[in-house]
Design a protein around this ligand. Sequence first.
Ligand SMILES: [Zn+2]
Length: 482
Amino acid sequence: MSRFLTAFTVILFALGVSVRAQESKATLRAGAAASVITPPLGEPIVGGFTPFPAEHIHDELHARCLVLDDGKTKLALVVCDLLGLHRSVAVEAKSLIEKELGIPGSHVVISGTHTHSATNALYGEVRTYSSDIELTDYQRFVARRIADGVRRAVNLLRPAEIAFGHIDVPDHVFNRRWYLKEGTMPMNPFGKTDEKVKMNPGAGADNLIEPAGPIDPRVSFLVLREPGGKIISLYSAYSLHYVGGVGQAHVSADYYGYYSKAVERLLGSEKQDPPVVAMMANGTSGDINNINFRQPRGRKEPYEQMQFVADDLAAKVTAAVPALEWKTEAALDARYRELDVKWRTIPDDLLQWARETEANAPRIGDKAVLPLAYAGRVQRLAKASPETKLPVHLLKIGEVCIGTTPCETFAETGMEFREKSPFKHSFMVELVAGYYGYMPTPRHFELGGYETWPGTNNLEPQASVKVMDALLEMAGEMAPGK
Ligand SMILES: [Zn+2]
């Protein structure tokens, strides 16, 4: 009897050891896939002030999906070639993913790149300020294709090594908010000339003094490869609004599409199955674009500049890959919150201005386009749904932390997060899980300019502070050693 018990104990002990050995060997797994989300022609292109129907597809739009699995937890990162996506589109995609794959919505980070040559995934049929909308057919299609892309990435999960890298590429990023010489500030749509900064002043104009904020030159990237060396995916983020310069009424993924294809080619995708999936998320680029305001702009052919930017970034990022330090493990975790950030309040005199502007528009003629657009936005903002349900995610990928916002976020916010986060490596991705307009820091509300106008900015002036506090609190909860 006792001998039997001893033998039994030995067997149990051996089993326990083998289970533990298997656990410690449980390596990271990764899989990636890209879903086409190109809209039908005729869908409204929404990059400018007045939407117009798409007449041509220059290059297909994608939802590029990466899934990571540490044996206990799965995370999904999705980058869509869209100007942005409404909270309800993200909610629909996340609920499909949760139902079909068991990955909770908190662990699924879906972002728009901010290509201005995509169709409407960020408002309902009419532009309202509401945290919940009825989806259009195209928006349902996008949500379905995101969920299918994540499912295909899960199908392709395989043992993986991970590396984090970053390089600085200041060449392509310029702050677009400028102090102007006294007396040269043009009138804004609200009839005021008392603002301190101008967005997109004339490039090379002689009334420019200096930019009102920094640039963030950092490209942050995560690379996944099979233990034999074949690349699975490269996920990156850079704080560049977009490049633009497309053909008339064209649908295009802008530089994000060219970059992804170039990285895939440079990392050997053509020779392998499944292919490499590369993606470029938008960092924090609310006040950053690709225009060098110090000199006049030269003329370029359509697509020339975006291809130039994409090829340069792809060459520099892929050149940094061979020197990266690879790890076979990365503990995964995620946090998600919907913040009680308020919509911007519309004072009575502003509402009065909006009503009068709209009523008098026929007498103002062509020049009323901008004031009329803001008169409409101001009146709709005054009727915003009670809650914003402002969504923010925090992902932990080993020593790397990704914080997200659903806004066009300023470069200095991303830099502040990187500096204050308790993780070894941190970066931010914007336009995640919803679209809530620009989010200037309180300092910038004092300066004024396009990004602070009601209807461009839709949230209370303290929004960026509340988002930062929430992100740092969540980062503190998950930091290594906690
Ligand atoms: Zn924008």
